[in-house]
Design a protein around this ligand. Structure first.
Ligand code: ATP
Length: 589
């Protein structure tokens, strides 16, 4: 257990008894690091458990409902405190005036093993120093408020620091659900798996179920987004997130919107690259329960900056968070759509087909290489200030109280259905989609004259597509099997294309395979994509760049941005470091 525990001054401390064995006592200390439970055993030895504050997602105060025959837990009527619930305890006790405090945490189990996962744990503290519920509840409330304050604060180098006033998160979240994503079970997943966690963490939300393509995009473009101080999360795939980002970029106040909002994806689609990348970076056990891990990111409330990439083609400007693909992988992604009914085996089948009929495409690739790669991982963008009140330990009467582990009286409470708070607005195709239908292989200046490129969001620092690239850029004209740029580690749950990529490193990782690679080597490349070993395969180059331009010199391949098919065209892309924020749990040592 934590060697430095004794150096940390407890904020609150009490002795509790385990209900099951009255002779077993626990000293419970709330410190900035978490709840220390010190068990005194029969032989006078001590066993200490720590529930890390970073693992706690919320706490609720409760009242005994032993008189109630049917309901395990129900909200107290006519109470001003909406968090106050009644708890049913497994024994009858007349006039129980105790106050109960349930602390909910998701604890890391089987650390560093293959089956590492997070399991729910509930600790119920029973306060009964006084003869009236109100008095007991006062003490429980002190603990509750202290825990909730710690959940918002951080503990660094022995000091508790809180976000500056202007960094406190509002509590209203917008959840956008694509009922058609993945296998079409998003609505059910939302009610069954997400609502209980949001309730436990006291996060209020509005729900928007999309009714068609571009619905989320329009919603982001036209709504009063400032009522969602807690941010916007999507339950779906990367395609839905793409709509959210690009809808916001269409607003005149896009800059303020991106500073204000925090985003996250709960994986419900078939492409969940962003959700996987966030958990990968924070060492979270995503594979055991992707939805749980992603929702825990959201309720952690921890904002992390993330890069976006501005992508400009001859006919449109889009903002991308994941990848730009052209050639082999992009073709598999798009062409295997016709086998969608097969599920993920469609990729394997189509990969084999594309390997057999392997082809390459001529193109000119220009890029601004990062020579001294200094990747800054700026995981924490909170401004810090001291939380003075917490240095004074608060003590209460030392009369022994009781403690109870493993019970979750809110489980029933959480099963209540949430009423959808607003319904989908009617979707309308935006003016930014495919403005010009001209062929990509007329000269670029000619095309630009004809087309109307909407420039929105941050302006480009690159020369126009019609001008030459800067003289210090490297230029290759060759036949390529594929060019794939990514700025997150994973482009899907099981493809780690750029293992070194960080959310906010300001780097586009450009993966290049030129013509001349054998089918066997390409197969090796494909097999290595799930582990990152693809980068050790000969003929595979990975170049960190700040910007690049791709000019295809023939038709035939597909241009795919964040899994969305764009009209085939020359394009240029540039990184915009840390322009947006996503929810990600802090890293664990
Ligand atoms: N209600 C809806 N009906 C049909 N399409 C929708 C609806 N809501 C969103 N969409 C569209 O579905 C596309 C894919 O959504 P999403 O990324 O959530 O799921 P997915 O299963 O990962 O999809 P894909 O595998 O096609 O990327 C998005 O581009 C979005 O525009």
């Amino acid at each position: 257990m934590d060697e430095n525990r004794h150096a940390i001054v407890p904020i609150l401390e009490e002795t509790f008894y385990a209900l099951s064995r009255k002779q077993l006592s626990y000293r419970v200390s709330l410190t900035p690091v978490g709840l220390y439970l010190t068990k005194r055993c029969d032989d006078d030895s001590e066993k200490i458990d720590l529930i890390n504050i970073k693992d706690i997602i919320g706490c609720k105060s409760m009242q005994n409902s032993a008189k109630s025959n049917n309901c395990a837990c129900r909200p107290t009527k006519n109470t001003e405190n909406i968090n106050e619930c009644q708890v049913h305890i497994p024994y009858t006790e007349d006039a129980d005036c105790s106050a109960y405090l349930c602390v909910y945490a998701y604890i890391l189990k089987n650390k560093d093993m293959k089956n590492e996962k997070r399991d729910k744990m509930t600790v119920t503290l029973r306060f009964r120093n006084f003869n009236s519920y109100d008095e007991n509840n006062k003490v429980a409330t002190t603990w509750k408020l202290a825990i909730k304050s710690l959940l918002k604060a951080r503990y660094e180098d022995g000091t508790i620091v809180a976000p500056a006033d202007n960094q406190y998160l509002g509590n209203r979240l917008l959840v956008i659900v694509n009922p058609k994503s993945g296998v079409g079970k998003s609505r059910e997943i939302f009610q069954r798996k997400i609502v209980p966690i949001l309730n436990t963490a006291d996060v209020d939300y509005d729900l928007h179920i999309t009714c068609m393509q571009n619905d989320a995009r329009n919603l982001m473009q036209k709504s009063d987004i400032y009522k969602w101080g807690r941010g916007v999360i999507v339950l779906g795939g990367d395609g839905l997130m793409f709509e959210v980002i690009n809808g916001l970029m269409e607003r005149p106040d896009w800059q303020r919107a991106f500073e204000y909002l925090t985003f996250s994806v709960i994986p419900g689609g078939s492409g969940n690259g962003m959700a996987k990348s966030i958990s990968f970076e924070t060492n979270e056990p995503y594979n055991q329960d992707p939805i749980l891990i992603s929702v825990l990111n959201v309720v952690s409330g921890n904002r992390c900056p993330m890069d976006l990439v501005r992508v400009e083609t001859l006919t449109e400007v889009v903002f991308s968070f994941l990848s730009i693909g052209w050639g082999f992988i992009a073709d598999i992604d798009i062409e295997s759509e016709r086998l969608r009914m097969l599920g993920s085996p469609r990729f394997t089948i189509w990969s084999i087909a594309k390997l057999i009929a392997l082809r390459s495409y001529p193109a000119r690739l220009s890029y601004c290489k990062i020579n001294n790669l200094e990747i800054e991982t700026r995981m924490n963008n909170f401004t810090i200030s001291t939380f003075d009140n917490f240095h004074e330990p608060v003590t209460t009467e030392n009369e022994p109280l009781s403690i109870e582990f493993g019970m979750d009286p809110l489980e029933e409470f959480d099963k209540r259905d949430r009423i959808e708070s607003f319904s989908s607005i009617i979707s309308k195709r935006t003016a930014f989609m495919s403005v010009n239908e001209a062929s990509s292989f007329t000269s670029i200046p000619e095309l630009l004259e004809e087309s109307e490129v909407w420039v929105r969001g941050p302006i480009s620092r690159l020369p126009p597509l019609s001008d030459p690239v800067p003289s210090d850029w490297e230029v290759i004209e060759d036949e390529f099997v594929m060019i794939h740029a990514s700025y997150l580690s994973h482009i899907s749950e099981d493809v780690i294309l750029a293992p070194k990529s960080k959310l906010n490193d300001g780097v586009i990782w450009l993966l290049i395979i030129k013509n001349g690679i054998s089918r066997t080597t390409l197969l090796q490349f494909l097999l290595g994509l799930s582990s990152g070993n693809h980068l050790t395969v000969p003929n595979v180059e990975m170049i960190p760049v700040k910007a690049f331009r791709l000019e295809p010199l023939s038709q035939g391949s597909h241009l795919v941005v964040d899994g969305e098919l764009l009209k085939h065209s020359p394009l240029q892309a540039e990184i915009i470091p840390g322009i947006t924020n996503v929810y990600a749990r802090r890293k664990f040592s």
